[in-house]
Design a protein. Structure first.
Length: 168
């Protein structure tokens, strides 16, 4: 858009509010100056801003600071909410991962749906491989002693044992 402004192809920019144009107060000040020099009218509908009206809104830089603070504050709150939901065992993703469906009765619960396609191996072979894999001793680099915590920690998602894996 700025390239079009510089070429003179844009005469007016209309936004819902100034925060939709940008939330960094320094960049917004530089942008407004660039638009002023290019004689581009800026209108923010919800805030009543119209640079073509001839009335200078001296409060605009303060709005930019408030918009920047608001964006940072909302980001902190969202991160805090996701962390709290995750720590309490609730799902933080908006949609369930492949292989799961949302429970129609409880949107916080995900249901596994099984037998949706023909398996490529039979159940007996699968169970045998899982049993054999469960008995394999894993070493950090293929040789030597296993890490002291190997097999003692479990994945909270799948319940499988966790192992140390080091790469040279």
């Amino acid at each position: 858009m700025l390239a079009e402004v510089e070429k003179g192809d844009i005469g007016t920019i209309i936004v819902k509010d100034m925060s939709r144009l940008g939330r960094n107060y320094v960049q917004m000040g530089m942008l407004r100056e660039q638009l002023r020099r290019a004689n581009v009218r800026l209108i923010a509908v919800n805030e009543g801003v119209d640079t073509g009206s001839g009335f200078d809104d001296d409060f605009l830089p303060f709005r930019d600071v408030i918009n920047e603070y608001y964006a940072k504050d909302i980001s902190k709150k969202i991160k805090s909410t996701f962390k709290a939901k995750g720590e309490s065992g609730k799902h933080v993703a908006g949609s369930p991962p492949y292989g799961y469906l949302k429970d129609s009765g409880d949107k916080n619960q995900w249901l596994i749906f099984e037998d949706t396609h023909t398996p490529i191996i039979d159940q007996e072979t699968f169970d045998n491989v899982q049993r054999i894999r469960g008995q394999v001793r894993r070493y950090p680099d293929g040789w030597g002693e296993a890490h002291p915590l190997t097999g003692l920690m479990y994945c909270t998602d799948c319940g499988g044992k966790m192992y140390v894996h080091r790469v040279r």
